[in-house]
Design a protein around this ligand. Structure first.
Ligand code: CAA
Length: 384
């Protein structure tokens, strides 16, 4: 790969690769079956400073750059995509949003335990009737004395059950569209916030995806993140970073599927020779390798732009769009190369295929990424 990585970035990549392949990969298949939350994996990531990777050391984080972060995330996804999605939402949406918009008191209170992995973060934006169009959410937060009182419900919240802290968006002014949305920090166990239905998903089965229900949930006024009306901007800015993380998850799962396919093609014999000798499969694998390389470079380039303080909204959407569609093609080919075995639970490629399916959906569907990209083509750049 031509992208120039520093010694430190290579060291982080190699450390996480060793950890994830030796400790996370062996249990991933079983977790997929039992849906057991990867708490031990996340604890190890916390101990190694990988749960507050981009948080500066003064707040207990590692102060790493985004390039290091996406390299680490891709390695975790290679081994266990369920662990990777929890790491991704926690690091790139929740920790970064608190760092960017939080008060001193909020940073002091939450960032250290979050960076240590002792508190996991979740981000609750989506509602049953507001997915791609979050401006139409209907959860309300009414100011009352020294508190806000929340009513409504959120859907598809990654880590909604296991998170200790949730960033929840709600309307504080119904008359306004996106400018009437605010964001709040709500601790798990706060009276009035309950975990509702847990989704029984096709993939990423060990990560929980929950409904959160708010019934007269009263929280102190100082739990607002940023100012009233900042919620949509906080969500969009968080999702910009999050989308590079989805590209990283896609690259990791695609590489795992590719490596499995290459190994299988070398070992499997038909017509008196390894199936890797057949041009039909060789060309399929050449395309897979090329697409993974392209996605990896887009992921790194978007991450580097973020590190340089440039506006990276467009590049994050492009990386997310291309990488998530790429991994769906690559995992489908990996299943095909495995033939009948690819359709069984004996080999990991069927799990990679299922895990990858949501990557073109969550944190903005492919269609939403095309909206963002085409808006950039036809309009001036949006403000950061
Ligand atoms: N950065 C900064 N500001 C942004 C921005 C960005 N990336 N995107 C939009 N904005 C700003 C705009 O500049 C505009 O500001 P002004 O009003 O001051 O001009 C404002 O936000 C509204 O922008 P739009 O009018 O373009 O907003 P819209 O309502 O038309 O929608 C959208 C834009 C891109 C479609 C957006 O709604 C979107 O991204 N939708 C997808 C939501 C999504 O990704 N949901 C996934 C949720 S999380 C999840 O999947 C699960 C999980 O657990 C993580």
């Amino acid at each position: 790969m031509s992208f120039k990585l520093t010694e430190e970035q290579l060291m982080i990549q190699s450390m996480v690769r060793d950890l994830a392949r030796s400790e996370f990969a062996p249990t991933a298949m079983e977790r997929d079956r039992t849906k057991e939350f990867p708490a031990e994996n996340l604890k190890k990531l916390g101990e190694l400073g990988l749960m507050g990777m981009m948080i500066p050391p003064e707040w207990g984080g590692s102060g790493a750059d985004t390039v290091s972060y996406v390299l680490a995330l891709a390695e975790v996804a290679y081994a266990c995509a369920s662990t990777a999605v929890v790491m991704s939402v926690h690091n790139s949406i929740v920790c970064e949003s608190i760092l960017r918009h939080g008060s001193e008191e909020q940073k002091n209170r939450y960032l250290k335990p979050m960076a240590a992995g002792e508190i996991l973060g979740a981000f609750a934006l989506t509602e049953p009737n507001a997915g791609s169009d979050p401006a139409r959410q209907t959860t309300k937060a009414v100011f009352d004395g020294d508190s806000y009182v929340l009513n409504g419900s959120k859907r598809f919240t990654t880590t909604g059950k296991n998170a200790g802290l949730v960033i929840v968006t709600a309307k504080t002014d119904e008359a306004l569209r996106h400018k009437g949305i605010s964001a709040f920090l709500i601790e798990q166990g706060t009276p009035g916030m309950t975990v509702g239905r847990l989704e029984d998903k096709m993939g990423l089965r060990a990560s929980d995806t929950a409904d959160l229900i708010f019934e007269d949930c009263r929280i102190p006024a100082q739990n607002i993140l940023g100012n009233e009306g900042d919620g949509f901007l906080i969500a969009m800015t968080g999702l910009d970073g999050g989308r590079i993380g989805i590209a990283a998850q896609s690259v990791g799962v695609a590489q795992a599927a590719f490596d499995a396919a290459v190994q299988f093609a070398r070992e499997r014999e038909q017509f008196g020779q390894a199936i890797s000798k057949f041009q039909g499969l060789r060309w399929m694998m050449a395309d897979m390798a090329t697409e993974i390389e392209a996605a990896r470079l887009m992921m790194l380039s978007a991450a580097e732009m973020k590190d340089n303080g440039e506006n990276f909204t467009l590049q994050a959407s492009m990386a997310k769009l291309f990488a998530s569609e790429m991994v769906n093609r690559v995992t489908a080919h990996a299943v095909q190369i495995h033939g009948g075995y690819g359709f069984t639970r004996e080999y990991p490629v069927e799990r990679f295929y299922r895990d990858a399916r949501v990557f073109t959906i969550y944190e903005g569907t492919s269609e939403i990424q095309r909206v963002v990209i085409s808006n950039h083509i036809f309009k001036d750049k949006r403000k950061p």
